[in-house]
Design a protein around this ligand. Structure first.
Ligand code: GSH
Length: 242
């Protein structure tokens, strides 16, 4: 049936994608990351490029001016979100796939996303947990305070605390989330947790998590990639930031 449908199309309509090497191919010719400096997933993809020593062009998109809603940007990413990566004529969005793509294709630091199937599955598990629990709970707690001027919501905070309880247990006996080596899971989670700095939120009740976060902040590219967070002053939260 599928074959019949194919034959009905004119030959020129059948797009044949050139086969790409599945493994690391060295330096990218033209890799662009469209980001917003406050956005946690944007900071994560930028940090990944630094950690994996991949040269990228950074293009800042002003979400508050709606620069991601233009027809030009929708051609690159119909979901009109950032971060968005463009590698030649290939575009990709969603930070975690961008991070794993970049490291596998161009990365100089394979430990960030290990090749061993089980080690990789652990990093994948943590990246999924990050999306479904860390990013979700931190943004549900912080966004209403940052963007709507709402007071902290105890229920949302409790959801986030449960996540941190688990992360603190996960770090028992190891320096990073997936073991002693830093992986993409650490980068992604740290950029989300960083959002709490806008509230001076104290992580002391999770000593292992707090020590891990401080270690992440010692990365030589932390300040450059997270500058947008520290520079950003929410007009709504002005009082608590000064
Ligand atoms: N799960 C996505 C989240 C992407 C996302 O929602 N990005 C936000 C900024 S943090 C955005 O583009 N918002 C603009 C909009 O939704 O209009 C990822 O990890 O990349």
């Amino acid at each position: 049936m599928l074959l019949c449908l194919c034959f009905k199309r004119k030959p020129e309509e059948l797009k044949i994608k050139p086969k790409l090497p599945s493994d690391n191919v060295g330096t990218p010719k033209n890799l662009t990351l469209y980001i917003h400096a406050l956005s946690a997933p944007s900071r994560a993809v930028w940090m990944t490029a630094k950690a994996a020593d991949i040269p990228v062009q950074i293009r800042h998109i002003d979400l508050f001016k709606g620069e991601h809603k233009t027809p030009e940007f929708a051609k690159i990413n119909p979901d009109t979100t950032i971060p968005t990566m463009v590698d030649g004529n290939y575009s990709l969005w969603e930070s975690r796939p961008i991070m794993t793509y970049m490291v596998q294709r161009y990365g100089k630091n394979p430990k960030l996303y290990p090749k061993d199937l089980q080690d990789r599955a652990l990093v994948d598990r943590l990246l999924h947990y990050d999306l479904g629990s860390v990013y979700k709970s931190v943004s549900e707690y912080m966004y209403p305070q940052l963007f709507q001027g709402k007071p902290p919501d105890i229920e949302k905070e409790n959801g986030m605390k449960k996540t941190f309880d688990y992360l603190n247990r996960q770090l028992d006996g190891q320096r990073h989330m997936a073991g002693d080596e830093m992986t993409l899971a650490d980068i992604s989670m740290a950029t989300n947790i960083a959002l709490l700095e806008l509230r001076n939120y104290n992580l002391d009740q999770w000593p292992l998590l707090s020590a891990w976060y401080q270690r992440m902040k010692l990365l030589p590219y932390w300040n450059e990639c997270n500058k947008g967070l520290y520079d950003w002053k929410s007009p709504i939260m002005k009082d608590s930031l000064e």
